[in-house]
Design a protein around this ligand. Structure first.
Ligand SMILES: [Zn+2]
Length: 250
């Protein structure tokens, strides 16, 4: 029986040189999710995969999935999209590395999330716009949480489902419980931080489809603190602080 081949778009998250001329690559593919694959001979000067395995590029790939723990075998990789701003703008490049860190840490092997792939591609395409960059990254962090079923509750109490009072300067938000808390639950839950009404509005706008997130004042305290809270959620989910998040000034 011929080996099953899969063609898909893939974002290159990481590459490691192995042997004389080969690479082990971590790819976030649209159809198969994250995969680890061996690209035999990919570093040979005349390899047909030249240019198809550049970090943070999108390529059209063909791979032969292997059973269980073995690496998949990458047999084709042709470049489809390169994000020019990542080459000329260091802040955009760090943000791009952080997109890769999020996808690498949060997704499991062979667990496809095509919407997250599309969101990553759109995010990378627009990282050269400095005025919107940090908001765009917060939106991508929230998109990751939503897609992976980890989205914090923002409307009703994360613990009991009761309505919350979304006014004032001290709305309870449980990092472990996963979202806003009513007055009763906030006293019983661990790791509660306080949000202001403006900060909660900013997080809601960032998490919502449409364009409300573009209207947020980039210099506002609410947006800065919303970014800290989203970062605390990501740190909680990772189990440690993300390495690259501090470099991009979110
Ligand atoms: Zn409650």
């Amino acid at each position: 029986m011929p080996e099953k081949r899969t063609r898909t778009l893939a974002l290159v998250l990481r590459t490691i040189d192995v042997f004389e001329t080969s690479l082990i690559v971590t790819l976030f593919t649209r159809e198969l999710g994250k995969v680890g694959a061996l690209a035999k001979g990919a570093r040979r000067p005349k390899s047909t995969m030249q240019g198809g395995l550049d970090l943070l590029g999108v390529s059209d790939i063909v791979l032969i999935p292997k059973a269980s723990e073995a690496l998949d075998l990458l047999i084709e990789a042709a470049p489809v999209e390169r994000f020019a701003s990542l080459r000329r703008d260091l802040a955009a490049l760090y943000a791009g590395y952080y997109v890769a860190e999020l996808l690498n840490e949060l997704t499991d092997l062979h667990d496809p999330h095509p919407r997250l792939f599309d969101a990553a591609r759109i995010t990378l395409r627009h990282l050269g716009e400095p005025g919107l960059r940090s908001r765009r990254m917060l939106r991508f962090e929230l998109a990751c949480l939503r897609e992976l079923g980890l989205m914090p509750a923002l409307e009703t109490c994360a613990h009991c489902g009761a309505a919350i009072d979304a006014t004032g300067n001290s709305i309870g938000f449980g990092l472990v419980t996963g979202g806003v808390l009513c007055a009763a639950c906030r006293t019983t839950q661990p790791h509660v931080v306080a949000l202001s009404a403006g900060e909660l509005r900013a997080i809601r706008a960032l998490a919502t489809p449409g364009n409300a997130w573009r209207e947020l004042d980039p210099g506002s305290v609410d947006l800065a603190r919303a970014g800290e809270t989203v970062g605390a959620v990501i740190s909680h989910v990772f189990g440690h602080r993300p390495r690259l998040r501090p470099l991009m000034g979110v």
